[in-house]
Design a protein around this ligand. Sequence first.
Ligand SMILES: NC(=O)c1ccc[n+]([C@@H]2O[C@H](COP(=O)([O-])OP(=O)(O)OC[C@H]3O[C@@H](n4cnc5c(N)ncnc54)[C@H](OP(=O)(O)O)[C@@H]3O)[C@@H](O)[C@H]2O)c1
Length: 314
Amino acid sequence: MRMEFRYIGDVKVSEVGLGTWQFSDSWGVTNYDLAKSIIERALDVGVNFFDTAAVYGMGMSERFLGQALKELGERENVFIATKIPGEFLSRHDVFKATKRSMERLGSYIDLMQVHWPPCWDNIPTCEYMRALEELVHIGVIRMIGLSDFPPELIESAWSCLSTEDIVSIQVKYNLVERDAEKEIIPYAEAYDLSVLAWSPLAKGALSGKYRPENLPEFSDVREGSAVFHPENFRQVYEIVKLLEEIGAKYGKKPSQVALKWLLMASEKVIVIPGAKSPEQVEENTGASGWTMSLDDWMKLEEESGKIRITRVLW
Ligand SMILES: NC(=O)c1ccc[n+]([C@@H]2O[C@H](COP(=O)([O-])OP(=O)(O)OC[C@H]3O[C@@H](n4cnc5c(N)ncnc54)[C@H](OP(=O)(O)O)[C@@H]3O)[C@@H](O)[C@H]2O)c1
């Protein structure tokens, strides 16, 4: 298996990273040894980029990641991205939240992202962006990124910065939820931002293991999730079948084809699938190091373009 690399700022990162929201009650990996074995396998198969956030497991994800990398002696060989929640964005809280994340990670931070724009607290955009820039100057974060921001707000956030650039935007992007293509990805391509694609497997819906007739009653973050609602999953399953058919030609699993499609859609995309076992992370890295034909890529493009995921379900 050959991992290929892309860039965040001037740093080379594996085009398949590891999302670590799974280390939380929301997804269920709450045992440290299991989390460590997932991180260890990720490193073994060429992953050097880990995405976490303060809110994942209320700090559990950052703690597990920091501890595992320390025990494995790998901190200096990897790139850690974490996030400040949209509620912690006053100048004072940006400093405090960063200090807390650093304590949990036991480390400086390669990429600090604003997890989502503030919606309740009326914090001016330049207040938190300038605080982040100061943290770069102080030397505790290396780069600044945004998550779940529309282009207009990315622009105004960027205009607050004097010496630093915004280097990345994190967005929901998978084969059945492609809204990011409408404006975020073209914006990122034009302004040289890395696109960190979250939920790239549509929360496991594209993995091939769920069928309309055996959909479990989820008791995790997917409870009530739109992609798994029968009205939507019927359409999603058409793509899963196509992923299986195309995957069979290349000896690839549906999840590997689904991630590959995103990587081929734009050179700015880096995928960060979550994994609940070492086997899953290893399988997901099999999205790298091969190519799908244009014909197959287009079949998926055309069929997934017909999908209309609705969130109006009540
Ligand atoms: N910035 C944001 O607002 C935001 C929001 C969401 C997520 N994220 C980030 O993005 C990462 C990934 O997103 P996500 O966790 O929402 O969804 P995802 O990566 O689309 O799906 C992850 C889930 O799919 C299943 N899976 C993964 N690999 C598999 C494989 N090879 N075979 C079979 N099943 C597999 C696992 O669940 P099961 O085995 O239980 O099916 C896993 O928990 C997160 O960890 C987090 O870092 C960011």
